[in-house]
Design a protein around this ligand. Structure first.
Ligand SMILES: Nc1ncnc2c1ncn2[C@@H]1O[C@H](COP(=O)(O)OP(=O)(O)O)[C@@H](O)[C@H]1O
Ligand SMILES: [Mg+2]
Length: 378
């Protein structure tokens, strides 16, 4: 039996999720989970760093170390609560904080991805071996570098039913596990926004980080015209594999919408953004999932699984599906991605590939990540 830790801060910039798992052969147990909240100053520096207009190379340089310390602090807090020493873990898998992602060559820029959170700092502060930079090798092999969680989902959730695992973080993404599938039967892609537009709007109108339990959206009405306009975006219509992020659905997107529709009330705006996340999911399933796999079970995860209006919208748009949450299966909606990166790191140190070409579009399975040795262990 070995322990592994997974660390990730997603596009929502809400906090660092840290999960401790125990791996014994094929058996994986989630032992502990913590989220270290991201304080406002750090969030602002990350947002600045993500923005081509506001970013600077000295900010990126410094933030890389700052985030490394923050990830290390999350791992140490996790170990403290679990009552183990970080040196006992086989490996820490650190996804890092994505600050930029160019999925394909475009406008003179090469397909590339940048996650910050210096692994040397994490390894030094914890005394543990670290695997980081998971996405780069998949991209070197012609993949989009995302999504990577499907490998872990395949290990943990494959069953005798056709399942769709719908994660709703900043961005929405789905992994389809056809009944009894092998690893090459799994496919996955980003469905569109998750909470990103909703969060930006609640911040703009109410100074709130998010629409708790979807209460604001529940009081508004989705605007059909704006929905039609958003549904027509090339990203939505494009066939998978595909990945998106703050580059498309970030502040610029929201500013444009606010300018174009000053007539919409805050409630209606937030209801529209909520419905849009659900409608992108529905469209993705009808256009790209159902023709390949007649999924009738949808399992939600990520923070968006707590948004009851969003859940209601998804269930209403997909009446043929049973819509469940991770909790219904006895797992945690919040820990899934951190657990996945712990597993991915374990695969890397075992010398096994863990990208799924069906999910990322890579030309072949490859061993992911950069290994930073535990600094003081011989
Ligand atoms: N109770 C809740 N009600 C509505 N939305 C929630 C709730 N809890 C979390 N969220 C949403 O989930 C987001 C965080 O989701 P997470 O899965 O951590 O995303 P990421 O992977 O992008 O960090 C928050 O920013 C918020 O929008
Ligand atoms: Mg998060």
């Amino acid at each position: 039996m070995v322990y592994a830790i997974g660390l990730i801060s997603g596009t929502s910039l809400d906090g660092c999720d840290a999960a401790l798992i125990a791996i014994e052969g094929e058996k994986v147990r989630q032992l502990h989970f913590v989220t270290l909240p991201m304080e406002e100053g750090l969030r602002q520096r990350v947002l600045d760093c993500c923005s081509p207009e506001r970013s600077s190379i000295d900010l990126a340089c410094s933030l890389n170390v700052e985030l490394g310390r923050w990830f290390a602090a999350a791992a140490l807090e996790l170990c403290r609560r679990a009552g183990i020493s970080p040196e006992e873990v086989e490996v820490i898998g650190s996804h890092g904080q994505t600050v930029y992602h160019i999925p394909e060559d475009e406008g003179g820029r090469l397909a590339s991805t940048l996650q910050l959170g210096e692994p040397a700092v994490i390894a030094y502060e914890t005394g543990a071996r670290v695997v980081s930079g998971f996405r780069a090798m998949d991209m070197a092999a012609g993949g989009r570098g995302a999504p990577l969680v499907p490998f872990a989902e395949y290990l943990l959730y494959r069953s005798d039913r056709h399942r769709a695992l719908q994660n709703i973080g900043g961005i929405g993404n789905v992994t389809v596990l056809p009944a009894g599938c092998g690893m090459d039967g799994v496919f996955a892609f980003d469905t569109g926004p998750g909470n990103m537009i909703i969060n930006a709007l609640t911040k703009h109108f109410f100074g709130l980080e998010y629409d708790e339990d979807g209460r604001i959206a529940a009081r508004g009405r989705a605007d059909e015209e704006l929905l039609r306009e958003w549904m027509a975006l090339p990203f939505v219509q494009k066939a998978p594999p595909k990945a998106t992020g703050r580059e498309l659905y970030g502040q610029q997107f929201v500013n444009g919408a606010l300018r174009s529709r000053p007539d919409l009330s805050p409630q209606d705006f937030i209801a529209t953004a909520t419905r849009y996340t659900a409608a992108c999911i529905e469209y993705s399933y009808r256009a790209f999932v159902f023709p390949r796999c007649p999924v009738r079970e949808v399992i939600l995860s990520g923070g968006g699984a707590h948004n009851l209006t969003l859940r209601r919208d998804i269930a209403a748009l997909l009446p043929e599906c049973e819509v469940l949450t991770q909790e219904d299966l006895g797992f945690s909606s919040d820990a899934k991605e951190a657990v996945a990166f712990a597993l991915l790191a374990h695969e890397t140190v075992a010398g096994r590939p863990s990208n799924l070409p069906g999910a990322t579009g890579a030309s072949k399975p490859v061993i992911l990540g950069n290994v930073t040795p535990a600094p003081l262990r011989a």
